[in-house]
Design a binder for this molecule. Sequence first.
Ligand code: COA
Ligand code: AMP
Length: 644
Amino acid sequence: MKPACSYAATHAASLANPAGFWAAQAQHLAWDRPFAEALSQDENGTYHWFRGGQLNTSFLCLDAHVQQGRGNQSALIYDSPVTSTLRTYTYAELLDLTARFAGGLRNLGVAFGDRVIIYMPNMPEAVVAMLACARLGAIHSVVFGGFAPHELAVRIDDAQPRVIICASGGIEFDRVIPYKPLVEEALAKATHQPAHVVVCQRGFVTAAMQLGRDVDFATLLQSEPVPAVPVPATHPLYILYTSGTTGRPKGVVRDHGGHAVALHFSMRTIYGLAPGETIFTGSDIGWAVGHSYIVYGPLLRGCTTVLFEGKPVRTPDAGTFWRLAAQHHAKVMFTAPTAIRAIKKEDPEGLLAQQYDLSGLRHLFLAGERCDPATYAWAGQLLGVSVVDHWWQTESGWPMLATLVGLEGMPAPRAGSAGHPVPGYDVQVLDEAGHPVPAGTTGLVAVKLPLPPGCFPTLWHDDVRYQDYLKTFPGYYLSGDGGYRDSEGYCYIMGRVDDVINVAGHRLSTGEIEEILAAHPAVAECAVLGLADSLKGQVPAGLVVLKDGQAMGEEQLEKELVAAVRARIGALACFRQVLVVARLPKTRSGKILRKTLRQLADGENFALPATIDDPLILDEIRAGLQRRSLGAAFETSPPTPPML
Ligand code: COA
Ligand code: AMP
């Protein structure tokens, strides 16, 4: 690799002249047609990167490396303890499979701009499907396999896919989850119907096929290979749905050009990886982290990516992640803090890690939620490598705050902090009036426009909701997170300031859960809170007011509401607790005092809001939370002792 540049100079250059800076970064990639302008604005003021340019992400991830003589290098290592499979794919093999599968999709009528939904667990066929869509200029939308049929149906109706690609099933620990019946249930609920469902049959569960509509994945792999179609840089590569503050998910759009430039840059500067080196990202391809750092980032850079099908624990044990890193010679590992907490819970002394040679590992990157300092320290001492907490969102698609290990002069990572602004991001902490706050003061975390390449240029068919991110403070993207910057420039992201919660690194809308609870015939009104949880960061709990005359017991109501949330969103919501209360604390104008409720449950000191209509209700709720041991402040089990 070339000698590293300095962080300070690189960040300053990226803000002083964004167009020039990113035009230079774009030269690392092969363009079918050069862009006219690196950065431009349309008549609505929306920024676009690399308009006029043409390229293809699938070509850059596969063909480009094969053409440069890296065909025999490992591109993807599929390691699946749950199916006892270990298989390595070279760049040449992955290209061949992708080009053939793209040919098969084309034969099914999939063309430029068509949407394709992928509902599969972490398996190589899912990666092939993503790259094949990209190859045709079709737009994929991967839906996390843990979502229930209702959520899949909402995404089907929004994306209107020509084809759905699914696996016959997945495995959760030792439980087989047949996926095809979930797809059928979703299709029965959806208005839009795809022309075809492509099914990847897996040995442990066979899906029934519908004649005429369903096609075998393996059959499509026998098709003639097709070349990558050059697409405009601004053409959508994928849609990835994420939770907003309402029940309707937001379809984050990612384009081909900006995304490729940004991820290539990030692989070099944030993760410090050279072509041929290995990254193991312990996430799911259904999340932004999986899209960017299991699939696209590593392949754009010519790295080897480890695709792991399993969990950090019990598949088969809490040493799995360390085994993966050692066996596949990972230089960088990336996962969510909740995964490290799960490992720490089962192997507090880190004895399993000692069974593996981790001397090749350089860094552990964490994201998805704030890494609590105890987990940060535990991982650092166990692995003896730098632990880098870095901050990003589905919307950005790559980190906004980080410690960039590929740049010189970078201040060392620090526990509790997500680091410093990544080049391209002018991260600011603002007060409620939109003015920057002094160092050490908590405020709303925003990014000054233009956002760098790779960030979402819009929401799928919903520019109105896209503008919601930009309208609070003109000239800024509002992240929805609160935090502060200290006097040395370290940034701290402390949590959401809206109705989004983070459960085991998964983003959920409390508003959506409230909609489900409110639909129950016994419920008059409700509020869903994210309660602090020592393993999952947060878990949702419902405070419910019964309709007058309702005599349903708390236990029975809880059972029914838990089942309703599981059926509508999926088990991943981890919604298990309901507390019946007489009233909810509100302002005199009728707004539920959510922040106060959360502070109460977390045991934080708070000033009684001057606008509260009935302060006594808080005492009643406090007693209820205590009775049910809900919330950090009222947990009866002893706190985990600090390790090491
Ligand atoms: N398909 C079907 N069900 C799924 C699923 C999937 N893909 N993923 C999760 N679920 C189910 C689980 O089986 C569980 O069901 P249960 O309530 O019947 O037991 C439920 O959803 C909750 O799952 P989860 O929150 O994952 O809890 P867990 O106890 O199974 O595992 C962790 C806990 C910490 C090991 C796991 O959450 C994890 O690995 N987290 C990392 C998150 C991550 O990668 N985030 C991406 C950002 S980097
Ligand atoms: P998602 O879009 O699912 O990736 O979730 C993004 C949200 O996760 C952010 O808005 C934050 O609330 C949270 N998040 C992600 N990474 C971090 C981090 N390193 N520190 C604190 N919060 C984080």
